[in-house]
Design a protein around this ligand. Structure first.
Ligand SMILES: *Cc1c(COP(=O)(O)O)cnc(C)c1O
Length: 373
């Protein structure tokens, strides 16, 4: 088979080719069952096994502690912006740290269910920094503190999660980790709840992962739909209603792929984290060394997953941006267009993007600069 193009989509995003091949091979008959996974009862023995293995593998990969439940839900990151306050806010106050487009949305949605304190905020028009945790104005009585640990549109990432206890807050930390979950290890001692849609770094759209500390269950507001009450979903092992079975199956194959993944003498999440660091360094290095392109995010806040970039100064015209994107496509470098709200370009280099994909992009940046710079 000829080499597939390198796909830089922000999400739904590229999946490992091995996984896609296995899905294709098992499409009509999953392991002698005579059924596609899409055609199986979610309560039958085959899918029960698929789902349990996926959860166990995920728990092992991220070393999720025993006092956290893993929930397979639906609705994506945006629905969680409502589901989290409906479950955790108890009608009181929540702190939100606004570092980019997604946390800003989270704050707006939470206002429908809780009183929201913006504990810190980057500049609204261009998010390029992380406000330092020491400067956050945390409430004494917040039900939780929300941060987006990787801002997909602005390209901003927390490289270390805030230690709320050290900052004087007893509230649990909620992280929206949609676009970097499973790209690195997580310090669970700092987290109360983590959520993310699967379609960025894990599998097909339709599946939302929620990791929730057990003591946070059981406080949903009466208006919370039963299917979104964490306690109800946890008690039913994510089978309160039909879960997104096919997405869970494909995610499970991605977990198996990651368990076997090796790089630089490491395996699993440690290996993928190292490769993600190397890929990001390669691309930021090329952008910083360029006279034609730039990334505008402060070094301490740069995302390893989503790297927005622009043509510099007088070169930053719609015509040259289009020429760049057309030329990229002609070289089999797909979906590099920036988010519509910020323009420019964006390379999303999730787990499934090989080092060769970033090398090909860097070679194209140099060739484009030689031609137009
Ligand atoms: C994509 C994204 C969302 C929205 O996810 P949906 O699954 O489309 O609802 C929320 N937060 C972050 C950080 C994202 O990257």
């Amino acid at each position: 088979m000829t080499q597939r193009p390198f796909n830089f989509s922000a999400g739904p995003a590229a999946l490992p080719e091995e996984v896609l091949n296995q899905v294709a091979a098992e499409m009509l008959d999953w392991q002698g069952s005579g059924m596609s996974v899409m055609e199986m009862s979610h309560r039958g023995p085959e899918f029960t096994r698929i789902c349990a293995e996926a959860e166990n593998d995920l728990r092992e990969l991220l070393q999720v502690p025993a006092n956290f439940r893993i929930l397979f839900m639906q609705g994506g990151g945006l629905a969680e912006n409502a589901i989290v306050p409906m479950n955790l806010a108890r009608g009181g106050k929540v702190d939100v740290v606004v570092t980019g487009s997604w946390s800003k949305k989270s704050a707006e949605e939470a206002r429908r269910y809780a009183s929201v304190n913006i504990a810190a905020s980057g500049s609204d028009s261009k998010f390029t920094q992380l406000p330092s945790p020491g400067s956050w104005q945390l409430s004494a009585d917040a039900a939780y503190v929300h941060v987006c640990s990787n801002e997909t549109i602005d390209g901003i990432e927390f490289h270390e999660l805030p230690d709320l206890k050290a900052l004087g807050s007893a509230a649990p930390l909620v992280i929206d980790c949609s676009s970097h979950q499973l790209s690195r290890s997580i310090d669970w001692s700092r987290v109360g709840l983590a959520f993310g849609g699967a379609q960025k770094n894990i599998g097909p759209a339709g599946l939302t992962l929620v990791f929730v500390r057990e003591d946070l269950l059981g406080h949903a507001l009466p208006i919370c739909p039963s299917a979104f009450d964490y306690q109800t979903v946890a008690a039913a092992q994510s089978m309160y209603n039909t879960p997104p079975t096919f997405s869970i199956y494909v995610a499970g194959l991605v977990f198996q792929w990651l368990k076997k993944f090796s790089y630089a003498g490491k395996t699993g999440v440690a290996a993928i984290e190292q490769r993600n660091i190397d890929k990001a360094q390669l691309l930021y290095g090329a952008l910083d060394g360029s006279k034609l392109f730039e990334n505008r995010v402060a070094a301490h806040a740069r995302s390893r997953m989503n790297i927005p970039f622009y043509l510099r100064g007088e070169y930053n015209t719609p015509q040259l941006t289009s020429a760049f994107l057309d030329g990229a496509k002609a070289r089999n470098l797909l979906q590099l267009k920036g988010h519509k709200s910020v323009g420019g370009m964006r390379a999303s280099i999730y787990n499934a993007m090989p080092l060769e994909g970033v090398q090909a992009l860097v070679a194209y940046l140099k060739d484009f600069e030689a031609q137009y710079g």
